[in-house]
Design a protein around this ligand. Structure first.
Ligand SMILES: [Zn+2]
Length: 444
């Protein structure tokens, strides 16, 4: 370990008491700011009877009420377009971004001031630098630069580091592959799904990515960057190391990153974010090594304070000392492991999309897949649809066996699709289609 490993050597190597004192001071400051400036929090903190002076240590964060996405959305709907959470007037902001809205829900709209935006870039710098990105790098950003926040912060983080940035923008995959080669990119940023799509396109174009200049792929936007089989496939197909990061529009930037030591998890940026892990849907904290729901308090965004936001992300927290890099920051082992609401019940068996993806990615001949749940009569059926050149009975049997073994014997169906027959994704892949009619409660 050398000091050169860290973006911020001072905070990344604090001891735990020092880190917690810093967090407590930042917590008091952000709560005072929110109570003073945000109509939503002023009311909510008054109702809870909490003042900044009550927050002596980080543990006192539990005195604050939890915030749900529905509450944020209700505040937005009641007072459009930005709702009552902002602590500033819209004209004081320099940016507005939205959630991707791919889940069919109305997107959240989040404002940022100039200072907030500088902070968002700074958070990305922790991750980019930690992965080994340096001023000499040329970075290709495979991203459409729309209103979805996506890789915007990464773009500014790269500039802040001093790397040369190639903004991919809206163009087709073949052109992006050509630009990666033409500019001699050493770093590529994309979603895990799109990293595989770029590799597929490169093969079609006769471009040998493993012998290209690219040596790092920065992943974000989907949890698959920490699914070992997916990550390994990306690393093989690119001949580069892949690093997972995760962020959210509600925070404005990333909250975790995988360091160059690749410990099988990602470090939480703890000097800027206070993360709790609670029983999913409940309010009891769970300990190291236990699966729970992420709850985040951000110290960095002044335009929209975020206090104890329930993310629905499922994580397992472990001490930072499990990684050899020397950071104090704790890890989310295995990254974001799923969402509180993405577990599906099929004929009495739990199905997690992540587990299915792990199996699929163990078969590199599969270029795309989809999981479809339907109801036939009264019986639920679950079908894995794959693109793998042509139908192959050996592959079908291996998939059926592995799927059944991972799901208490649940029988799936496996269906082969025409090449290009399944949807491709650039952002936030949606591979689970649940066609079952809504359950109607029997006793109403
Ligand atoms: Zn580390």
């Amino acid at each position: 370990m050398s000091m050169h490993t860290f973006w911020n050597p001072r905070t990344e190597t604090l001891d735990r008491p020092g880190l917690e004192r810093l967090q407590a001071a930042k917590l008091r400051r952000v709560v005072a700011w929110a109570a003073d400036r945000s109509p939503f929090y002023r009311q909510r903190l008054a109702d809870a009877g909490v003042t900044p002076a009550d927050l002596h240590t980080v543990a006192d964060v539990t005195a604050l009420p939890l915030l749900t996405r529905d509450e944020w959305m209700a505040a937005q709907t009641a007072s459009p377009p930005y709702g009552t959470l902002p602590a500033i007037e819209a004209h004081q902001a320099v940016r507005v971004h939205t959630t991707s809205g791919t889940t069919g829900r109305e997107p959240l709209r989040a404002l940022d001031t100039r200072k907030d935006w500088a902070w968002a870039a700074e958070m990305w710098c922790y991750g980019l630098w930690g992965a080994g990105v340096r001023p000499a790098d040329t970075a290709y950003v495979a991203f459409g630069y729309g209103s979805f926040i996506g890789f915007w912060g990464l773009h500014y983080g790269l500039e802040k580091i001093g790397a040369l940035v190639v903004p991919g923008g809206a163009q087709d995959t073949a052109n992006r592959v050509r630009q990666i080669v033409d500019f001699g990119a050493t770093v590529v940023a994309s979603t895990p799904t799109y990293a595989l799509r770029l590799a597929e396109e490169a093969r079609a174009l006769g471009v040998d990515l493993p012998s290209s200049t690219v040596d790092k792929v920065i992943l974000s936007g989907e949890p698959a960057g920490s699914i070992p089989a997916t990550k390994q496939l990306i690393e093989e197909q690119w001949g580069a190391r892949a690093f997972d990061t995760a962020g959210m529009t509600e925070v404005s930037t990333i909250f975790m990153f995988e360091c160059a030591y690749q410990p099988g998890g990602a470090h939480i940026i703890e000097d800027h974010l206070l993360e709790e892990v609670l029983e999913p849907g409940g309010d009891t904290p769970v300990g190291y090594g236990e699966l729970g729901e992420r709850v985040v308090t951000s110290f960095g965004r002044s335009a929209v304070p975020l206090l104890r936001y329930r993310t629905s992300d499922l994580v397992i927290r472990e001490p930072g000392s499990r990684c050899a890099c020397g950071r104090i920051f704790d890890l989310y082992s295995g990254g974001v492991r799923g969402r509180v609401d993405d577990m599906k019940l099929v004929r009495g068996t739990n199905v997690y999309p992540r587990a299915v993806e792990s199996i699929v990615r163990g078969h590199p001949e599969i270029s795309e897949f989809q999981l479809r749940i339907s109801r036939e009569g009264t019986r639920d059926e679950i079908t894995l649809r794959v693109e793998a050149g042509r139908a192959d009975d050996g592959l079908r049997k291996r998939l059926l066996d592995e799927l059944a073994q991972a799901h208490e014997g649940l029988r799936f169906r496996v269906e082969f699709c025409e090449p290009g027959g399944l949807p491709r994704f650039e952002l936030k892949a949606r591979r689970l289609v649940d066609d079952r009619p809504e359950m109607v409660p029997a006793h109403v």
